[in-house]
Design a binder for this molecule. Structure first.
Ligand code: NAD
Length: 358
């Protein structure tokens, strides 16, 4: 069946890395019997420059009818002076909210070839395979009231509100348990239930869903401060980490650094009807336009797309095997370069993956 994939390159290195992912998609279309229609849209600073808004209606229309979306990255110094409402990053937050992409999957997996790229000792990181499941559309980033007010005595008061409803917790908990069923069947739910009522509700709902619907999954609970520590102390104890929007924001970046390079890590943001895939890194303005960016996080995001949206786990495996073989050959972009290995640029890395797909 024909599947439509919307490409949203965005800003900075976004267009360079999405071009390499597109090569992979085109190869799969041509040689793997996957009928793909590739469309392109504008988002972020590129969209602002062309249309005056970081998320044009036309992009949303294309996104709503696509089977999956692949995004590069948004943002850069050029747009920093702009008002918050039209900053490139608003395009990304906007598309997540508009498509109700409530479940963010961020795998942190260490490629054996890159064990030495981590700042932690090899025996701590080798073999890490964690999936962080982060709630993405609620919590303190969206709760009301919010803002800064001036009090009667002239002091200023800043407010943000941490809110969760039981249905918002339930749906992301179900996603995490489903993901765990395809892995080692362990979920560690991270909260701060000892001091925050909203996350006590989180703990109760997660427990209830597990007891009623997922008795085959082993569920544990951990306070966020301990989780931050355990991720560095003994990361291999984790299979799936399920957590709130803000805790997930922080813990998933921490988990990503266990693996060595930000240029290697993909992500998926899933809703009931839509899905968006993107590397976890930003637009890397410092290296944009120089052919230095590592396209592997974006190519691995394509693998996630085949696993979670296009129902072809076999192709996901194939892409991941190709990336593994490229690393085995000693090919490295600058961010993962090691002495004695062959340093290559963005386009050569994309070509190497395509060659290994065969
Ligand atoms: P960044 O992730 O863009 O870059 C951090 C560092 O990692 C830089 O040194 C960069 O060169 C390097 N890096 C990132 N991706 C790489 C890759 N694929 N290959 C090689 N090296 C890579 O984060 P930042 O510098 O904090 O932010 C830059 C811009 O990106 C900002 O405007 C920020 O708002 C935006 N941003 C966007 C997203 C997104 O689109 N999802 C995420 C984070 C930041």
């Amino acid at each position: 069946m024909k599947k439509t994939v919307l490409l949203l390159p965005g800003d900075g290195i976004g267009p360079e890395i999405v071009d390499e992912a597109e090569k992979v998609l085109e190869w799969l279309h041509r040689y793997c019997g996957v009928e793909l229609v590739l469309e392109r849209g504008l988002i972020g600073g590129a969209a602002y420059d062309a249309t005056g808004t970081p998320l044009p209606d036309e992009t949303l229309t294309l996104a709503r009818r696509a089977d999956a979306i692949l995004l590069g990255a948004v943002g850069g110094p050029k747009w920093e002076p702009l008002d918050y409402a039209v900053r490139p990053e608003r395009g990304l937050l906007g598309i997540r909210k508009q498509l109700d992409l409530y479940c963010n999957l961020r795998p942190a997996k260490v490629f054996p070839q890159l064990v030495d790229a981590s700042t932690l000792k090899p025996d701590i990181v080798s073999g890490i395979d964690i999936m962080v499941v982060r709630e993405l559309t609620a919590d303190i980033y969206f709760g009301e009231p919010r803002g800064v007010t001036v009090l009667a005595d002239g002091r200023q008061r800043g407010v943000n509100t941490l809110t969760y409803t039981s249905d918002e917790i339930e749906r992301v908990a179900r996603s995490a348990f489903e993901v765990a069923r395809r892995r080692r069947r362990q979920v560690c739910s991270v909260d701060k239930a000892n001091v925050l009522e909203a996350t006590e509700l989180w703990r109760n709902v997660v427990t209830q869903i597990q007891q009623q619907h997922y008795p085959d999954i082993q569920l544990s609970h951990m306070y966020v401060d301990n989780a931050a520590m355990q991720l560095i102390r003994a990361p291999k104890q984790f299979d799936v980490i399920l957590t709130t929007n803000m805790f997930g924001d922080i813990l998933s970046d921490e988990a990503s650094m266990l693996t060595g390079s930000i240029g290697m890590l993909p992500s998926a943001s899933l809703g009931q009807h839509h899905a968006l895939y993107e590397p976890i890194h930003g637009s890397a303005p410092d290296i944009a336009g120089r052919g230095l960016a590592n396209p592997l996080a974006t190519i691995l995001s394509v693998a996630m797309m085949f696993r979670y949206s296009l129902d072809r786990p076999d192709i996901a495996d194939r892409i991941e095997r190709a990336v593994n073989r490229v690393l085995d050959q000693g090919l490295r972009t600058a961010d993962i370069a090691q002495a004695g290995l062959h340093k290559i640029g963005t386009v050569a890395m994309g070509d190497a993956v395509v060659a290994e797909l065969e």
